[in-house]
Design a protein around this ligand. Structure first.
Ligand code: FEO
Length: 168
């Protein structure tokens, strides 16, 4: 049975994951309008992935005896200065999510909620992967910029990343 504290914190995490999904959707739309089709497709998939994170937590709350609450939607930004700006914001968002997950892990330990502690390990791993992915994309953008490669090439590289990730 979830303690009230853990239940509330998990419900907050549901809201963060919904926001992350909505924020990636907004970034995908901006990229698509800029003609960056590979990046848009990567970000649409990322938005879907955040939805699966949200549902994973949502379902767990009910399974563990709490009450999962569907959160209010907060509107994300919809304008960006550049592809670099998009991914800087994306990395910042992932770092924030990592910090929130870490706080949840800490709370589960303090409250001796070992089922939630166990459940959250998947997210600890996932955040490590997500931060790594976004840092890699920022490196690609930086490197391509230095080598004077076109935005189209960067877009193709980012577009291919999701396929490579799924194959590995
Ligand atoms: Fe579900 Fe990327 O945090």
């Amino acid at each position: 049975m979830l303690s009230k504290k853990v239940e509330e914190a998990l419900n907050k995490q549901v809201a963060y994951e919904v926001y992350a999904s909505s924020s990636y959707l907004s970034m995908a739309s901006w990229c698509e309008k800029e003609g960056l089709r590979g990046t848009a497709s990567f970000l649409y998939a990322q938005s879907e992935e955040e939805k699966t994170h949200m549902l994973k937590i949502f379902r767990y709350i009910n399974e563990a005896g709490g009450h999962a609450l569907s959160p209010a939607l907060k509107e994300p930004p919809n304008k960006y200065n550049s592809i670099n700006h998009v991914f800087e914001l994306a990395l910042e968002q992932e770092i924030n999510v990592t910090n929130q997950i870490n706080k949840l892990v800490e709370l589960s330990l303090v409250t001796q909620d070992y089922a939630s502690f166990h459940f959250l390990q998947w997210f600890v791993e996932e955040q490590l992967e997500e931060e790594k992915l976004f840092r890699m994309i920022l490196d690609i953008i930086k490197l391509a910029g230095k080598e004077g490669r076109s935005l189209l090439l960067i877009d193709n590289e980012i577009g291919k990343l999701r396929e490579e990730e799924e194959k590995s």
